[in-house]
Design a protein around this ligand. Structure first.
Ligand SMILES: Cc1cc2nc3c(=O)[nH]c(=O)nc-3n(C[C@H](O)[C@H](O)[C@H](O)COP(=O)(O)OP(=O)(O)OC[C@H]3O[C@@H](n4cnc5c(N)ncnc54)[C@H](O)[C@@H]3O)c2cc1C
Length: 412
């Protein structure tokens, strides 16, 4: 197993990490503990040459470049997932934050709480206004979940300030298409939209962010306002590694697969010895109704179900047994919208909202979270959060542990 992080991240619970309902360590699963019979390399694959069955692996620390070493293999599983799909918007790289890792979830939580401290302490009305304006771009699972959980947390946190109320906070959700939550049914998405608007979230549909220079947000509908928080959750693209492979890619850059998750060869037969799954794989969806949905969407449900089938098919290949095609089960999507609020689809095709949806959402993710140890810890976090007041203090200083020490040295 070659993976730059020594752990697996369970993304669907990251919004609750940002809200402080779950300890960040509990949504990650340490690979060496759950894969005791496997050699885990904390490194990045930089290139794959399946024709000669070799990968190149770089073990240099994050942000540095080492000399990749060659690793030969017999069978290969390709599952590097996806990365945030950024856009060349002026000011985005300087002022935007992503929301796809535990580090980003913790940083965003600290950042939002820091803005409340700043707004409460400054006497500059313009600074106060921009500190209390939070902009999220992209209304999929990640954007809606993160905004709803953080809005709920900040609403609670505002009660602890003598000169702030929840009504002073401005939350803006910018979405380029005409609807939110494309993964959910139109009815459930409409309910979520109504709930967000009921909470005074300013949802701008069919609108794009044109500029964020100097933390001034310029939207395509002509509006312009200052905001010190800009969260970019506008979709994903396949992992960049795939471009440095000799595997066949589709127009979106995903690895072309057969329903058996074997990578598709040039003659339409499986390419021997290589499988792919998850966000990086273009796996045909037999239930597709339109050409646009002909391949499985990048989501955790497909990724987990494909992973299980891939393991079975790989074992079958070693035993010379036939391969089984992937048949997606009916998707049972759900999103938490803060404490005791959510929306969910049931397996039978029904829809739930409010408290019942929220309980179902928690039960589902507790069942899906890999490792018994993590399930118990997350459950304990939820029980403790229910018994005590929410923790709403910013620990932003932990992100700069050397700053106090450096301040002790006289200026040069
Ligand atoms: C904030 C957020 C919330 C989400 N919420 C939901 C939800 O509620 N429901 C839902 O169904 N889906 C949700 N998703 C989507 C879901 O998390 C993904 O679809 C799923 O994680 C994909 O699984 P994967 O194994 O393909 O990729 P990942 O889980 O991303 O795993 C890929 C792994 O490959 C590693 N990797 C990448 N490049 C290399 C390389 N060059 N060398 C070695 N390793 C590499 C990465 O470090 C990563 O650990 C959410 C995603 C995010 C970001």
């Amino acid at each position: 197993m070659v993976e730059p992080q020594p752990y697996l991240t369970y993304h669907p619970l990251l919004a609750e990490v940002a809200a402080g309902s779950i300890d960040p360590r509990h949504v990650v699963v340490p690979l060496r503990r759950v894969l005791p019979d496997c050699r885990v390399m904390t490194a990045r694959v930089t290139r794959i040459e399946h024709a000669t069955r070799r990968v190149w692996v770089d073990a240099a620390p994050r942000g540095e470049r080492g000399v990749p070493t060659e690793l030969p293999y017999d069978l290969l599983v390709v599952a590097p997932g996806s990365v945030s799909r950024t856009a060349p918007i002026p000011g985005l790289a300087e002022h935007g934050m992503g929301f796809g890792s535990v580090g980003e979830a913790v940083a965003l939580r600290n950042h939002v709480l820091e803005q409340l401290d700043l707004a409460s302490s400054t006497r500059d009305p313009a600074l106060r206004q921009s500190a209390l304006t939070f902009v999220f771009v992209g209304a999929g699972y990640a954007g809606v979940g993160a905004l709803a959980e953080l809005e709920d947390m900040a609403r609670y946190a505002a009660k602890g300030y003598h000169n702030l109320t929840a009504e002073d906070l401005r939350w803006v959700l910018v979405e380029a298409t005409g609807r939110i939550l494309p993964e959910e049914s139109p009815e459930l998405a409409a309910h979520t939209l109504a709930e967000l608007r009921d909470r005074s979230v300013d949802v701008r549909l069919s609108t794009t962010l044109d500029s964020a220079v100097d933390q001034v947000m310029v939207l395509s509908d002509g509006s312009r306002f200052a905001a010190r928080t800009l969260v970019w959750t506008a979709g994903v693209r396949p992992a960049p590694l795939l471009r440095d492979t000799d595997l066949p890619l589709d127009v979106t850059g995903r690895v072309r697969c057969l329903p058996t998750l074997q990578v598709l060869g040039p003659d339409g037969d499986p390419l021997p010895g290589v499988w792919a799954a998850g966000d990086c794989a273009a796996v045909p969806d037999p239930a597709a109704l339109t050409a646009a949905t002909a391949y499985c969407a990048p989501n955790a449900q497909h990724a987990l179900a494909q992973a299980r089938l891939l393991a079975e098919n790989l074992a079958a290949a070693l035993d010379s047994r036939p391969q089984t095609p992937y048949r997606p089960e009916r998707l049972d999507c759900s999103t938490s919208l803060g404490l005791r609020r959510g929306v969910a689809h049931t397996r039978s095709g029904g829809q739930l909202t409010g408290r019942r949806a929220w309980w179902l959402h928690r039960a589902r993710h507790l069942r899906r979270l890999p490792s018994f140890d993590r399930r118990v810890r997350v459950l304990a976090d939820w029980v403790l959060a229910g018994l005590f007041n929410r923790e709403v203090v910013s620990l932003g200083a932990v992100e700069h542990p050397r700053s106090e020490f450096e301040a002790g040295f006289p200026p040069q």
